[in-house]
Design a protein around this ligand. Structure first.
Ligand code: PLP
Length: 392
């Protein structure tokens, strides 16, 4: 049995994406910078992909720059904006992805910026009053706040933040890696200066992503070279990846409502199954249980500690793939979970779904979890846990 519930880490390629990229792996392999016909055709494929991405997001093609994924895009935006605009202050949060936090930390260490961390409530939601106070006190600010959290799924109100950014003349970057292809964006309307996407999070290939840079901005490049991507990112373009990214995004937006509704139902189903599993002491991190306030495909659950090892490892041993970290055996939980765990001394498990998952898989997952708890003597004794007869 193999059940893959780690789709916030990466996703399977969509069959339509495989079909779209095959010719670029076989016949259309020319370098897009070459002046001959084959090179021009490769270049046209990139231009077409750029138009597709721009159209889907309500952006202009010249506002889209392809990268090698979200981490590179985040580095480009943060370092590029700090250097291009001589920004000396950045507002972020403690639950951003490491790509954001580590990049900012490096700039802080080098004396380029000061960092302010916006307050979060007990569920990890941004305190907009505090954000406004920080903006009022600090001119020349870059805001770096993510849209969907990769560990607990929390959605941030990027429209409200964009409005504040405009009011205080700040620039606003939002990490949309977890929401790209899952939420609608209209970048004509939204007050967003920069965002990033990564194809492997929405059933496209790994190692390819893009950055949206609002037309009025010009960043300092991170990678110098042959002037590709209009001088913003040197290096021969990943034509296969770029074609795959555009196709994956097209498929995602064509099926957005159906996919979102399915993964939301999967999430609700798992919550309801866990509620009758008989395992006591389960709780949910951040907003992850909420359908409205979190990315539909992420469910972050804290389970009581097992005496016999890690639940994530035991699930892996029976072919169920999830992510997590344990505070049970004295460590392991991530910076996000440590900041917001619903209770200390629990094992955190992130289930993340895709349109390819089924309700039957979730039945098997809950059966497997129940069996693991049933056979753990300490948990059974401490919580008085026992299997509910009707489920046996
Ligand atoms: N930002 C967020 C919120 C993510 O979830 C990830 C990937 O896990 C990244 C950035 C980095 O993405 P990539 O794998 O494309 O570098």
């Amino acid at each position: 049995m193999e059940i893959y519930l780690d789709n916030a880490a990466t996703t399977a390629l969509d069959p339509e994406v495989i079909e779209a990229i095959l010719p670029f792996l076989t016949t259309h392999y020319a370098n897009p910078s070459s002046a001959h016909g084959a090179g021009r055709r490769a270049k046209e494929a990139i231009d077409q992909a750029r138009r597709t991405v721009a159209h889907l997001l309500g952006a202009l093609p010249e506002e889209i720059y392809f990268t090698a994924g979200a981490t590179e895009g985040i580095n480009l935006v943060l370092s590029g904006a700090i250097r291009a605009y001589d920004l000396s202050h950045v507002i972020t949060s403690r639950i951003e992805h490491k790509a954001v936090l580590q990049t900012l930390k490096r700039h802080e260490k080098e004396g380029d910026i000061e960092i302010s961390f916006v307050k979060l409530d007990e569920r990890g939601n941004v305190d907009l009053y505090h954000l406004e106070n920080l903006l009022r006190a600090n001119p020349r600010t870059l805001i770096a706040l993510m849209h969907g959290n990769n560990e607990i799924g929390n959605l941030t109100d990027i429209h409200a933040i964009g409005v504040l950014a405009r009011r205080y003349n700040a620039v606003f970057f939002t990490d949309t890696t977890q929401t790209m292809g899952k939420a609608h964006f209209d970048l004509q309307e939204a007050e967003i200066d920069f965002l990033v996407g990564s194809a492997h999070k929405f059933h496209g290939p790994k190692g390819v992503g893009f950055v949206y840079i609002r037309q009025k901005h010009q960043l300092k490049p991170l990678i110098y070279g042959g002037g590709q991507e209009r001088g913003q990112r040197g290096g021969t373009e990943n034509v296969v990846g770029i074609v795959g990214l555009a196709k994956a995004l097209e498929v995602a937006y064509r099926n957005l409502e159906a996919s979102r509704s399915k993964v939301a139902r999967l999430k609700q189903y798992l919550v309801s199954k866990l509620a009758i599993s008989g395992i006591e002491g389960i709780c949910y991190n951040g907003e992850s249980k909420s359908i409205e306030n979190s990315v539909a495909n992420v469910l972050s659950v804290s389970f009581p500690c097992l005496s016999s090892g890690s639940l994530v490892t035991k699930l892996d041993q029976v072919g169920i793939q999830v992510s997590g970290g344990s505070a049970c055996q004295g460590g392991g939980a991530s910076h996000v979970i440590q900041a917001l765990a619903c209770e200390a001394d629990k094992e955190n498990v992130r289930f993340s779904f895709s349109k390819f998952n089924t309700f039957e898989e979730l039945d098997l997952v809950v059966d497997a979890i129940t069996r693991i708890y049933e056979s753990d003597p300490v948990v059974a004794t401490r919580t008085g846990w026992k299997r509910i007869a009707s489920l046996a």
